[in-house]
Design a protein around this ligand. Structure first.
Ligand code: FE2
Length: 555
């Protein structure tokens, strides 16, 4: 039986269901017969009985300020633990689109009557869109991490989340919690950041902690258990965004003791990561935060960002302004280039100060004789301004009053010379006004990973806003953007799926999940080339904002 205790959502965080196509009878969700899609009648699609939502608990949280009576569904805890069924489609889903889009993200921001503070604190909500024969099935489900299960069982926070720390009942419990931090046992395994499909078909949800690697079933969304790394590399954290292809899984393991990074590789079918090489930091007391990193065909680019991990902040009981990080401009910023094959560092350059969560792509530039002259690496760059982290506090997200408070961001293009020069360049790849000076949550055509590419898809800004609220297609050759925008809607990361057999980079579709201002939500499909809407499929209710996704082709 699914316990209801953790699913009490304050009414004020609730929005009315806006769908006219769903009705609930005796615990079953049905789609009316009148909708016909591509000649296929969509008939009563039912799901198992679902836990009902409960009355609101009293307000008690890290953010003690009372919120407005209307909070956008994007920043509202997920309505119920799970739902599954078929969606009605407006428009046409391409018949070639044959697989499942999975999206992970923090969707439950309270436990009992305690409300979390930061977007990244929430318990993981996994969402799927299954495409087959022009039809779409939808489902969402909470990931059964140890942190989530313990919170449900004890009705309180039991592990350290991004900005939340369990409140020990006694001094001894406090000492135990601190000891647990050093051993890693008190860190969360709440795998709420991304989801990847390994080359062997296993699907793993991930977050910044290594223990937060959890296998799931992409069809049922069942939690299958912890993904155990069988090597003895140790460490507590890793990049939340490994680079995953059919042939390998590459990631970075920051070394907080002797500041640096291990670059590691894991083969399909294996749980053992093998070291490719090591980068020692050139500045600062700790490695820079590596939420993501880029690769080219032959090289791994290891960023050393001046926003660095901070062991003291990890130990603190209350959030610091930059959470687990510290801004060290005096330590400078660097990019290191490691050969994938040999593990040798072939370039290490100082670059202008930068702040990025997400690298977009990287590629090698060669001269006419084929000699490597430079490496280009693109990222969603926040103008070396760390305030974006604070803007993602739930209180800030929930209290948008029309003021334009989203900090500017751009496509930051690094150029790393390969002639031994000590400095690399960083500049905007295009005028940031093309995308409203908002830029994050990016994707590309995966066939162009590590290669010279032209198009990036991301969330941009239609101002005034407090969060990226458009989907933008960036043309890095023409230096132009096409923007999708709907007033009051919050789109999640646009995810590109190429048409099988495509020979043109933008021949495919872009999938995003939209949270609407009226509390509704839908899956949106844009044509990858024209960026026009080709289909949408309404959800039974709006979903909380989600982060990153992956594509699982149908067997
Ligand atoms: Fe991310």
């Amino acid at each position: 039986m699914i316990r209801n205790i953790s699913l009490q959502v304050p009414d004020k965080y609730f929005n009315p269901m806006a769908s006219d196509r769903f009705s609930e009878k005796k615990g079953l969700v049905a789609i009316r017969k009148r909708d016909v899609v591509r000649g296929l009648t969509v008939t009563n699609v039912v799901t198992p009985p679902l836990p009902k939502t409960s009355p609101p608990p009293p307000q008690k949280s890290g953010d003690r300020r009372d919120h407005s009576s209307h909070v956008h569904v994007a920043w509202t805890s997920v309505r119920q633990e799970r739902w599954e069924g078929e969606l009605v489609v407006d428009g046409e889903i391409p018949l070639w689109l044959n697989g499942t889009y999975l999206r992970n993200g923090p969707g439950l921001w309270h436990i009992g009557d305690y409300n979390f503070r930061h977007l990244f604190d929430g318990y993981a909500t996994l969402v799927k869109l299954g495409f087959r024969g022009g039809r779409v099935t939808f489902g969402h489900r909470q990931i059964e991490s140890e942190a989530y299960k313990a919170a449900k069982a004890n009705n309180k926070l039991c592990f350290r989340e991004f900005s939340e720390v369990p409140k020990p009942d006694t001094f001894l419990a406090y000492v135990g919690e601190l000891a647990g931090l050093f051993s890693g046992s008190s860190l969360t395994d709440n795998a709420n950041t991304g989801v990847v499909r390994l080359g062997d078909g296993r699907v793993v949800c991930l977050t910044e902690t290594q223990k937060g690697s959890i296998r799931i079933d992409p069809e049922t969304l069942d939690t299958l258990g912890k993904f155990e790394y069988s090597d003895s590399l140790g460490g507590l954290i890793h990049s939340a965004h490994p680079v995953v292809t059919e042939t390998e899984f590459l990631t970075l393991l920051p070394d907080l003791v002797s500041p640096g990074y291990l670059v590691v590789r894991m083969e399909p079918g294996s749980n053992e990561r093998k070291v490719i090489g090591r980068v020692s930091c050139r500045g600062g007391p700790a490695p820079g935060w590596v939420h993501s990193f880029p690769v080219t065909e032959h090289y791994v680019v290891v960023p050393e960002m001046p926003l660095r991990y901070c062991a003291q902040n990890l130990l603190r009981a209350e959030p610091t302004p930059l959470y687990k990080f510290e801004w060290h401009p005096e330590s400078k910023g660097f990019l290191h280039v490691m050969c994938k094959k040999s593990g040798k560092i072939v370039a290490s350059v100082e670059v202008p100060l930068f702040v990025t969560f997400h690298f977009i792509n990287a590629y090698e530039e060669r001269d006419e004789e084929g000699r490597l002259t430079a490496i280009v690496a693109d990222c969603c760059e926040h103008n070396a301004d760390t305030t974006i982290l604070d803007k993602l506090r739930l209180q800030n997200l929930r209290s948008f009053n029309g003021q334009d408070v989203l900090p500017d961001a751009r496509v930051g293009r690094f150029s790393i010379p390969m002639d031994g020069s000590p400095n690399g360049k960083l500049e905007a790849a295009l005028d940031p006004n093309e995308h409203g000076r908002g830029m994050d949550m990016c994707s590309i055509n995966p066939a162009y990973l590590g290669k010279n590419y032209r198009y990036a898809y991301a969330c941009g800004a239609h101002r005034p806003c407090n969060f990226p609220n458009t989907i933008t297609k960036i043309d890095l050759v023409e230096k132009k953007a096409k923007n999708w925008y709907e007033e009051g809607s919050v789109p999640s990361e646009p995810f590109f799926v190429a048409r099988p057999g495509a020979t043109v980079e933008d021949d495919g579709v872009v999938i995003s999940m939209i949270s609407e201002k009226n509390g509704g939500g839908y899956a949106l499909l844009l044509d990858g080339s024209t960026f026009e809407e080709i289909a949408r499929a309404k959800f039974p209710y709006g979903l909380p904002y989600g982060l990153h996704g992956c594509w699982v082709p149908n067997k």
